[in-house]
Design a protein around this ligand. Sequence first.
Ligand code: ZN
Length: 48
Amino acid sequence: MEKDPVCGMTVDPKRPPGGTSTYGGKTYYFCSAGCKASFDRTPAKFAK
Ligand SMILES: [Zn+2]
């Protein structure tokens, strides 16, 4: 399982409900479209 970097929820990487984003060569998974939108706005804030 992967962790949604925005809200901390656990997300199934095979079926991420909010889709995925790639940042800094790493793929991030999201629980919802809202979390993905937040990440895409300011990825540096959430990416580790
Ligand atoms: Zn989330």
